[in-house]
Design a protein around this ligand. Structure first.
Ligand SMILES: Nc1ncnc2c1ncn2[C@@H]1O[C@H](COP(=O)(O)OP(=O)(O)OP(=O)(O)O)[C@@H](O)[C@H]1O
Ligand SMILES: [Mg+2]
Length: 315
């Protein structure tokens, strides 16, 4: 069958408002959107996918949410009962946010095929949110059976989506090892949340090269905060909550780490305290402060010996 060159007209005017500068999707009209969110548990990755799904659904897309943990039906209604129902829904395009329940690769495969088929046929904008991408798209070489096919389908979303108006958002716990390389190689909107594991930095560092952003900046991010890499550049954003989630979930309190996280920072912080102030921390003062703070004896003992060490080092 002959086809016209696809034009992503919906992209020309659409925007994503993720808490920073609005992202103009016109910049993505020739590539489509391949968004990735990386962050630890409870970091706000699912919320990020839902926020984008809601915003795109309001601007002409049908958003399909692949829900491995059965947490989305309470927000957006019952999941489609089977792949045929998903197909019917993608044909009709009446429901703008469709939930698909699939807890592993085997359950995902038939739905994934239907999404590809419908995209191939209609070429109308569809946004697929794959939460917990590592469940469906492992980077392990020994992919067999359904796991291999699920990974292959996701690769097709990513690689051939552009011409089929298929846009993708996928979440992962870590930057490497959890998703296939192809996804990372082609991503064009990246959200990176708090990193608590300094060893993860080596994988992330190239992404941040030239941005002046370091591990300690990443380590200091709170729930719902991300570094957002888009065509417009890199920006730290505090993401709003998706409407449906906001209605049921508490908004996380933004907590910033105030304590120094490295030895260097620690010694610098210490050296900024003048000796007179440290000397003023006599035993009765320390006990009083400890009692006010409700400290148990162990941190008191540790703190007192750290204070003595510091004072001795200064003599
Ligand atoms: N942008 C945000 N602002 C404020 N609170 C938020 C935000 N995003 C998420 N939260 C809060 O954090 C909770 C966890 O968010 P979410 O489920 O999106 O995290 P997640 O990274 O997907 O976690 P998991 O890996 O466990 O699935 C939410 O239920 C909500 O209470
Ligand atoms: Mg989640």
């Amino acid at each position: 069958m002959k086809r016209n060159v696809i034009r992503r007209d919906e992209m020309l005017t659409a925007q994503l408002k993720l808490g920073g500068q609005p992202i103009e999707l016109a910049q993505y009209a020739s590539t489509g959107l391949l968004a990735i969110a990386v962050g630890p548990r409870g970091n706000g990755k699912t919320n990020a996918g839902l926020l984008m799904a809601e915003q795109l659904a309001a601007q002409g897309w049908v958003s399909v949410l692949i829900d491995p943990e059965s947490e989305l039906e309470a927000l957006y209604g019952a999941a489609v009962p089977d792949p045929e129902a998903l197909r019917a829904s993608l044909d009709a395009r009446a429901t703008r946010i469709v939930v698909v329940s699939a807890k592993d690769a085997s359950e995902f495969v038939p739905y994934g095929r239907v999404i590809l088929e419908a995209a191939e046929e209609h070429r109308k904008p569809v946004f697929v949110v794959i939460d917990e991408g590592q469940l469906f798209s492992t980077s392990s070489r020994a992919k067999t059976g359904d796991a291999g096919e699920a990974a292959d389908i996701i690769n097709q979303f990513a690689g051939r989506g552009r011409k089929r108006a298929l846009d993708l958002f996928i979440t992962a716990l870590r930057y490497t090892g959890t998703l296939q390389r192809l996804l990372f190689a082609n991503k064009n909107l990246t959200l990176i949340g708090c990193q608590e594991d300094p060893t993860a930095w080596s994988a992330l560092a190239p992404q941040f090269k030239g941005s002046q952003i370091g591990y300690s900046d990443l380590n200091a991010l709170s729930t719902g905060e991300f570094f957002c890499f888009s065509r417009g550049g890199v920006e730290k954003i505090r993401m709003p909550m998706a409407k449906a989630l906001k209605a049921v979930a508490p908004k996380a309190k933004i907590i910033h780490r105030a304590l120094p996280s490295t030895f260097n920072q620690w010694t610098r912080a210490m050296s900024e305290i003048p000796a007179e102030r440290l000397e003023a921390l006599t035993d009765p003062v320390v006990s009083l402060l400890g009692a006010v703070a409700g400290l148990t004896s162990q941190p008191m003992v540790t703190g007192i010996s750290a204070l003595q060490d510091e004072l001795e080092a200064r003599q």
